[in-house]
Design a protein around this ligand. Sequence first.
Ligand code: GSH
Length: 215
Amino acid sequence: MMKFYFHPLSSYCWKVLIALYEKGVAFEPIVVNLGDPAECASFTKLSPMRKMPAIVQGDEIVNESSIQIEWLDSLAGGAEFIPADSKQALEVRYWDRFLDLYVHNVMQRIVGERLRPADKRDAYGVSESKAQLRIALDVFEKHMAGRAFVCGGAFSLADCSAAPALFYANKVLPFETTHPHTFSYLRRLQQRASFARVLEEAKPYAHLFPSEQAA
Ligand SMILES: N[C@@H](CCC(=O)N[C@@H](CS)C(=O)NCC(=O)O)C(=O)O
């Protein structure tokens, strides 16, 4: 059976978990504690950059969330995350990149800053990251006006990317009033069975998320 190495609070793991739940694929969940040096060393054998999640099936190791979701698409059955039409597929991949690079990774930098020792924090870097995140949200807000999903009429890889990125972005830069289309899309995602399940399973770990006061 497919092994899924992850942490229940990790946003990139959420992205792939959503896809797994959408597909209804059976898998063995294995929680990774990167704080444990031995676990960390053995996980690095699966994921050379030490990034979660990692998927292992037989001899095959699959890294990087977007590739993992494309790989899941290549398994028979279930939802399709990359449209067969090549033009639509490019649009999905574009928004997947946009959401990872300009929303998800920027949000991670802001959260990561909260975990640094007090004397190593970079307030200027945080304000720059928040400014970048605001620009990305502005672009996304325009795109989402009148849309149910990020691309076309169906849930895709781009929606898997959007869910965790926007959920945590809303924690570091709340956008209910500034970006209403994006906010109502996030609320719809939270009601979707796959993401609602991910959020429910993460609840016991929610206290580990660093608050702004921690920074
Ligand atoms: N580009 C990677 C990013 C994965 C990533 O950033 N994972 C985080 C958890 S959300 C991680 O493993 N962080 C551990 C670390 O950097 O030490 C992907 O799409 O899979």
